[in-house]
Design a protein around this ligand. Structure first.
Ligand code: NAG
Ligand code: NAG
Ligand code: NAG
Ligand code: NAG
Ligand code: NAG
Ligand code: NAG
Ligand code: NAG
Length: 880
């Protein structure tokens, strides 16, 4: 009976599986939808997983058998900005028509995603590739050159996303046809990845902007995705979407002009309250973060908060705006106008509470607009402005949580536009970048930082906007730095009440953001929090001064960094850190809560990191044996933080002092990067791709190239992080003067051990047996590359991050039994950790911890230093 039962279950299960592969359709359950999705790694010979851990299948089962002459080819060059090898490194290439045939339910809507990585595939010269893609009578692409498109967008790869309306024709298959152009001799088509995801029919009618009472029927519209932005929030990978495997991007590259408003995230524990809206519409994160205009009506009434998109003319676009009010709960508190394509989209104003009736309720609104014109790209602006009419709202502010934009197929069932052309501004930069390449300089460019964030859906001139913004905004930010913050020696600003911000109209653009994100504390509040800077509250000492733990607002734990008022360096770092941190918000960066500047005392207030520094869990303080997996996870977190610094914000930010004491752990053991006192914003102009500066940083972690040339690049952080990788693996300090000479510097010793093939000898004995050999190899290879003498040979932070995640996968993949014991051990360890929590010694050792000197100081004072040998060894890095 038991067996029969199992058999029956098995049969049912198999049928379900078969049904899924035969006819993916949306069943209402996003998890099921995601698993019913098809993802093909075209041209691959075996299935595999991408960087997010998603599985990609081989493509042969969806290729009708008759196609003789398509070829499967592996790319030889892997661009470092590819998010993962799969699906981009293999392609199916053909000189003649080729097609894929997918089983579908003609009553369902589908996402079709096409992934292209334009590079040379064997003898196929990518410059000759022009082709069309059609599906169910719709022309998705025509005369499409992936190479030209990628160049115009300064991206290595392109993702095209279409949402195909239910065909309702009873036909149960969907054919995707790739046809090389007959206008270009030697033309061929290629494809790297295809996704087909069944979705609910998530469109309804959209109100047509500029025509009262007219709507566009979204339900039957087949569209192409132009943009999908998590406004005021971070990038959301497909695996974190609400079941439809969509990617949500950061909105900053699309912000028009210099006024970016203020970003916020919900700080309350109350979740979202759904009122009839399906949860798949957008993931939680989208509604939990937003961008508003700021608190000061003298500023908000003077600008439009605007996003710019460059689009093909003569098409209709659907713009979906996502809102969720978390702060106000009454009607007419936040009332604003929405402008789309310079027309008012909401004649009676937008008031989220009036729409939802309560706060914390997510809602979205769809608008449609016809974009005029014949040729070239048009700018489509979406703007917000406080409403200042007879209504007189309580606050002159506006907000937006998410934005999606779709291009609607025209009367000829066409979605294709011309290949984008490189804007003049961009063309110039690309040329300079090429010249830099040929001069063998480290390859860093301003554009890369922006395009890395925006990626995918592809809007050419938007990047030019970003570029102009970079150029025009930089000088302003510099003057802003000194004017907005009442600094050292200026005692006019000693208010007794703590206020949000302290902005002046003169520094409007930058300061609203910094000030509104950053609370101003009075000295009295700081004294209360730290029991008047009681020594028992000291948790660390850095170059800047002592760090105290404290409690504000009754119970909120914070870390307070007090400056040493006598040091000039202190003043600079104080300003730098507020400037940096108030603009940066990321899960893996320590959050700045506020600052205090009063009577010559300066203090910075941060989130308290319950578990202190990473170093103290390796070989300092109460030693707890972190498992290899925990260590890898912490490194991945820290790498994400650094990657965000390098590419995630408006400017490339170089940390300059990456080390294990600057990687902090919160109560959940999440690693966060701290200490931006030495940070520098990266390349400001495009013909200068490094920042010349006095050599600063910590010995043992110092990039030899930076030392030699006094030029700072992102790769300097990669070098330091490479030292951190070995520090984690070997559980020993970056410098240990008590060891034999050849072992003093960890970087040198690890490199020579790797070269000699005896890295095993220097691994932390506590974890040595638990690291899988393939994981170790990947990890060590990666760390070794980070320590390359020349920055150009080191991986980028995104490459590094990818390799670490891959190492973690290698460690985790394997037989279930081992995994089970591993989990058991992890639990034991975390219990152990919890037990130690209260007795943890958070104090940093002052002996060798914070050797932050300028090079000149150290060199002149190294006679007095007991470890002269170390310094001379470091100074003569070139001789290695
Ligand atoms: C590919 O074709 C372009 C234009 O036809 C040509 O300029 C280029 O040299 C070719 N590249 C190779 C590698 O043959
Ligand atoms: C995605 O979700 C997982 C699990 O909830 C989380 O750990 C991870 O940080 C998320 N990733 C991003 C980029 O938000
Ligand atoms: C959340 O933030 C708002 C202002 O941003 C503040 O007034 C409120 O007290 C905060 N709530 C909590 C629970 O921290
Ligand atoms: C706005 O400007 C007016 C006139 O200059 C001034 O009286 C008022 O205090 C300002 N409001 C704020 C919040 O700064
Ligand atoms: C905001 O945008 C609208 C529509 O484009 C425009 O009419 C208005 O002048 C703008 N306001 C400001 C302050 O820029
Ligand atoms: C919309 O307004 C902006 C700025 O005022 C202007 O540059 C743009 O040309 C306008 N667009 C249209 C379609 O009128
Ligand atoms: C195809 O695209 C190329 C590059 O954008 C363009 O030069 C050419 O005129 C186009 N050909 C046709 C037939 O549209």
């Amino acid at each position: 009976m038991h067996i029969g039962c199992h058999l029956k279950l098995f049969v049912i299960f198999t049928i379900i599986l078969l049904l899924n592969t035969i006819k993916p359709s949306f069943s209402g359950n996003p998890k099921a939808a995601a698993s019913a999705a098809i993802a093909l790694d075209c041209g691959a010979t075996s299935e595999g997983k991408d960087g997010d851990g998603r599985k990609w299948d081989i493509d042969t089962k969806y290729l009708p058998p008759s196609q003789g002459d398509s070829q499967t080819i592996k790319a030889t060059f892997q661009d470092p900005s590819l998010p993962s090898e799969i699906p981009y490194m293999t392609a199916r290439v053909s000189n003649s028509d080729m097609s894929y045939k997918f089983p579908i339910d003609s009553k369902s809507r589908y996402f079709l995603r096409l992934h292209f990585y334009p590079t040379n595939y064997n003898s196929f010269n990518i410059s000759n590739s022009y082709f069309s893609v059609t599906v169910a009578g719709f022309t998705l692409l025509n005369n499409f050159s992936a190479a030209i498109t990628a160049e115009a967008l300064t991206q290595a790869y392109i993702i095209k996303e279409y949402s195909i309306a239910p065909l309702d024709d009873g036909v149960d298959s969907l054919e995707v046809v790739f046809k090389p152009s007959n206008k270009h001799p030697g033309s061929f088509s290629f494809i790297n990845g295809i996704e087909l995801v069944p979705t609910p029919n998530f469109f309804d009618s959209a109100s047509l902007v500029g025509f009262s009472d007219q709507t566009l029927d979204g339900k039957t519209s087949t569209v192409e995705t132009i943009a999908r932005l998590n406004v005021g929030g971070n990038y959301i990978p497909p695996t974190n979407d609400s079941g439809l495997l969509r990617t949500w991007y950061d909105d900053t590259p699309y912000i028009f002009g210099a006024a970016a408003g203020v970003t916020s995230a919900d700080n309350e524990t109350v979740g979202l309250v759904y009122q009839g809206m399906p949860k798949y519409i957008a993931p939680y994160d989208v509604y939990d973060t937003w961008r508003s205009m700021g608190p000061d009506p003298n500023i908000t009434l003077n600008f439009n908060l605007t996003w710019a998109f460059s689009v093909d003319p003569a098409f209709t676009y659907i713009i979906r705006l996502h809102f969720c009010e978390h702060i106000y709960s009454k009607v007419n508190q936040r009332l604003f106008n929405i402008f789309i394509y310079n027309q008012t989209a909401t004649p009676s104003g937008a008031d989220v509470i009036a729409w939802t009736g309560a706060k914390d309720v997510p809602i979205y609104k769809d608008y449609a607009v016809n974009v005029q014109g014949k040729e070239g790209q048009q700018e489509l602006l979406v703007g917000l402005h406080p409403r200042d009419g007879v209504e007189k709202p309580e606050f002159y502010d506006a907000l937006l949580n998410g934005l999606e934009m779709f291009k609607v197929s025209d009367g000829n069932k066409n979605l294709a536009g011309p290949n984008p052309t490189l804007s003049e501004a961009l063309a110039k930069v690309v040329k300079e970048k090429r010249e830099d390449f040929s001069k063998d300089k480290p390859n860093i460019n301003a554009i890369g930082a922006a395009s890395g964030v925006a990626a995918a859906f592809g809007l050419a001139t938007v990047f030019a906007v970003v570029l102009y913004k970079k150029k025009s905004k930089m000088p302003r930010s510099k003057s802003g730095t000194t004017s907005w913050l009442p600094l050292y020696g200026n005692s006019q600003t000693t208010g007794m009440k703590s206020t949000i911000g302290g902005s002046s109209v003169a520094s409007a653009q930058l300061s609203t953001e910094a000030a509104a994100n950053c609370r101003h504390f009075t000295l009295a509040e700081i004294r209360r929090a730290t029991k008047n800077f009681d020594e028992s509250h000291v948790i660390g000492v850095g170059g800047f001064g002592k760090v105290y733990k404290g409690v504000i607002d009754g119970s909120f734990k914070v870390a307070i960094k007090k400056s040493n008022p006598s040091s000039e360096q202190g003043v600079n770092e104080f300003v730098t850190e507020i400037e940096m941190l108030s603009k940066l918000r990321h899960k893996h960066l320590v959050s700045l809560i506020g600052y205090c500047e009063e009577d010559g005392e300066m203090a910075l207030v941060y989130d308290f990191m319950a578990h202190g520094t990473l170093r103290e869990h390796l070989y300092k303080g109460n030693k707890i044996n972190l498992t290899w997996k925990q260590r890898l996870e912490m490194l991945i977190g820290a790498a994400k933080g650094l990657h965000y610094l390098h590419t995630g914000s408006k400017y490339t930010i170089i940390h300059r002092d990456v080390k294990t004491t600057n990687i902090l752990l919160d109560e959940n053991w999440v690693a966060k990067i701290s200490d931006f006192g030495l940070s520098k914003t990266g390349p400001e102009t495009t013909n200068q791709n490094h920042v010349s500066t006095v050599v600063k940083g910590s010995f043992g972690y110092l990039d030899p190239e930076y030392f030699r040339r006094q030029q700072l690049t992102e790769k300097s952080d990669v070098y330091s992080f490479g030292v951190v990788l070995f520090e984690i693996l070997c559980a020993r300090p970056a410098l240990n003067p008590s060891l034999p000479k050849e072992q003093v510097s960890l970087a040198d010793w690890a490199r020579s051990s790797v070269r000699k093939g005896n890295i095993d000898d220097i691994i932390d004995p506590h974890i040595k047996g638990t690291i899988k050999p393939e994981c170790l190899k990947k990890f060590v290879d990666t760390a070794f590359k980070c320590l390359s003498d020349h920055g150009i040979d080191r991986p980028s932070m995104s490459d590094l991050l990818w390799n670490l995640e891959f190492s973690l996968q290698l460690q985790e993949s394997g037989d279930g039994e081992k995994a089970a014991t591993n989990n058991g051990r992890n639990n034991a360890v975390s219990d152990n950790i919890n037990m130690h929590l209260n007795t943890l010694n958070l104090e940093e050792d002052e002996d060798e911890g914070d050797d932050e000197y300028s090079a000149a100081t150290t060199l002149s004072s190294n006679e007095e230093n007991s470890s002269t040998a170390i310094f001379s060894q470091i100074v003569h890095q070139t001789g290695r």
